[in-house]
Ligand binder design. Structure first.
Ligand code: SF4
Length: 355
């Protein structure tokens, strides 16, 4: 262990095996290693943005076992917003200060390709300055298979219609065996990475998530991060890594043991150490709870996502995020935890420092 610690202190890259071993270190020691990397990069700054999540439909042809959002499962209220409704939500969000719209949907085979794409063009026409972060690699794969288009064709359509960056969703866990058990039929790990690679090759940026705390083990998490680190070495297009804590309500996945805060914080810290080429590690408070996200700032995380305004996917599975958070409250929570809130744009340019 001493050798691994020395390597980290000397800013040397650690291997997968060494990353796995780090779980054996006590939490505070591990946290302090991750914290010193965070401090070197950002000092006491903690980033967030003023954003709005829009989830235009919950009708889905897929049946991921962990999903509580899709209408075909335990949730009996199917919906698909019209393009005008989506644009109206976007306008209202921007009026309330949102600079980013995070638009992700289920895989609805009934609404047609244009429904997915038209709202982006319409939003950009009416709100040219807002940043559109939309369509996960899972949605892109769905559109490609449903409408017989190549990934390149879907990605080019996104750009033509005003999508600025891609969210990191749909990655779940890359290990093929676990993936088959939790979301068989969804985009494969190989294709998830290929889609992001193609997006990065177009000079665009994206994020990457990892759903953890269900039936995966520690080695699966490290393998997941390793596949991301390998792609990032090639493309340098990921802005942030976002470990999403599995939410347990209203779904069909049988999980016996839930994660402790200790295990969640260790995973954040190892992500900060192992992913030496991904700039930001995000504690997405909608899945970790705001309290743990605030503590995660001392365990390598430098980003707390944003105010969200409204959120339907994690809250359907039990997260306390349905109505987002007021900006003043968000800022004061970060300040009171001893960090400096920095409002950023979607590509991490600093917009305002709240000293
Ligand atoms: S996670 Fe996404 S793709 Fe899977 S069932 Fe739910 S909405 Fe559909």
């Amino acid at each position: 262990m001493e050798q691994i610690i020395k390597k980290i202190q000397n800013s040397k890259r650690i291997s997968k095996e060494e990353a796995l071993k780090l779980y054996d270190l006590n939490l505070l020691e591990l946290g302090s290693l991750a914290d010193s990397i965070r401090k070197q990069k950002y000092g006491k700054k903690s980033f967030f943005n003023i954003n709005r999540h829009i989830n235009p439909t919950n009708i889905c042809k897929d049946t991921c076992k962990f999903c509580a959002y899709s209408a075909t499962r335990k949730n009996p209220n199917p919906y698909a917003l019209t393009t005008q409704e989506i644009v109206d939500i976007a306008k209202d969000a921007v009026k309330k200060g949102a600079k980013e719209l995070h638009i992700v949907s289920a895989h609805n085979p009934e609404v047609g390709l244009n429904w997915y794409i038209d709202s982006f063009a319409q939003i950009k026409k009416e709100l040219p300055n807002v940043h559109i972060k939309a369509l996960t690699a899972a949605e892109i794969h769905f559109l490609s298979t449903q409408y017989n288009l190549s990934y390149d064709e879907v990605l080019d359509k996104m750009i033509e219609n005003g999508v600025d960056s891609m969210p990191g969703g749909g990655a779940e866990i890359f290990d093929e065996e676990i993936r088959d058990r939790i979301c068989k039929g969804k985009v494969s790990s190989k294709d998830w990475l290929l889609i992001h690679q193609k997006w990065h090759e177009r000079g665009r940026q994206s994020n990457a998530t990892m759903l953890f705390g269900h039936i995966e083990n520690r080695a699966h998490r490290i393998d997941h991060m390793n596949r991301l680190r390998e792609l990032q070495d090639k493309t340098n297009g990921f802005n942030a890594f976002i470990p999403l804590v599995y939410q347990r309500e209203n779904n069909y996945l049988k999980v016996e043991k839930f994660l402790t805060a200790n295990e969640i914080l260790k995973t954040y810290a190892i992500a900060r150490i192992f992913l030496d080429n991904i700039p930001h590690i995000k504690a997405y408070w909608a899945t970790s709870t705001i309290n743990l996200a605030l503590i995660a700032q001392e365990f390598g995380c430098d980003d707390l996502d944003g105010t969200i305004q409204k959120e339907s996917i994690q809250s359907a599975a039990g997260a306390n995020s349905a109505n987002g958070m007021e900006l003043e409250e968000f800022i004061s929570l970060i300040k009171n935890s001893g960090f400096i809130p920095v409002e950023r744009d979607s590509l991490y340019n600093e917009l305002k420092v709240y000293n």
